[in-house]
Design a protein around this ligand. Sequence first.
Ligand SMILES: Cc1ncc(COP(=O)(O)O)c(C=O)c1O
Length: 388
Amino acid sequence: MTATATRLTGIGEYYFSQKLREISTLNSEGKNIINLGIGSPDQPPHPDVIATLQRESSRPGSHAYQGYRGVPALRNAFAAWYQKWYEVTLDPEKEILPLIGSKEGLMHVCMTYLNPGDQALIPNPGYPTYSSAVRLAGGEPLPYLLTSKNNWLPDFSMLDELVAGNPRIKIFFVNYPHMPTGQLPSRDLFEKLVAFGHRHRILICHDNPYSFILNKSPMSMLSIDEAKGTVLELNSLSKSHNMAGWRIGVLCGAGPQIDEVLRFKSKWNSGMFLPLQLAAARALELGEDWFTRINEVYATRRKFVIDLLRQIGCLPTEGQAGMFIWAAIPSDYADAYALSDKILYEAGVFLTPGGIFGTAGEQYLRVSLCSPEEKIQEAIIRIKTALS
Ligand SMILES: Cc1ncc(COP(=O)(O)O)c(C=O)c1O
């Protein structure tokens, strides 16, 4: 047998793919597990978006390879969206690169900027793909601690010291609204991050897929003066437009950096299916009522999820943005893996243990708002019955 490449050392199977297999085994034994783990929106995209995809796919000329930069209609729609919602002006010719989901963008950024042995700061807790993308690119993830005491915000004095003495650190990954804690950004935070990027001449990669979910004031880090040049921002239609399976994301930033990333991306894959690009452009035109409607659903679910968490003695904080609720677990469990497994095997409900987002998440659970209210209510009843 051929041995796997060394770049896969330390890269296991993604936690969720392994857990979903376990859940599907339990389901095949008739357990009917309620999965409140994954953040994949269960509501459909807007009907006009689906109609655009259907109409455009039936045109004979729609099926050819597409250019690497995406079609002008999609880049213009992203530019208009950034202007309307974030008050950020982007040149659709140079400063916008459509992606096949923002996750691939994380890999592209790492492959573009990291040499073997270079380091990248990644949030602990944080989205696990940051560290795997850094590792796969030959780099070394350097976790920086976020704590509830500091409202899950970076400790700049600690980071200044760390980065000043270490020229190997090339990228600083940040993500606000933060997943998994739901912490919102502020202008002050974004200004500090941009200043930090300039001070240390490192790239700030801001991952921004949750700004429209349970958040009245969406913000882009590119709205800060001088951000372009030190900040690359990823965005996504997965959560904001219920299009997770469509794989539509975008990378925004200064033209020369977009060109650098494109040098890698254009060797890696091709442009997206044209009807997908046109349907995504339609989605980006949706107005306030779209976001109001999806957020009403999440807000109702949030109340039930908070109830559920309190029932098992957890402490969710108020005002979290995004499609999850993050809560500290009671001290009678060794960690949230133990509590999650207990709830899975005794109540048939899956809640994500916070440890998969880093050591700082070990005493927390994350619950997704992507299940209908009835399911959440059923989960509450099951947990009450099993654990009381
Ligand atoms: C913080 C964060 N970044 C990026 C992504 C990836 O999103 P996309 O569907 O655009 O690849 C996710 C998906 O769960 C996420 O939680």
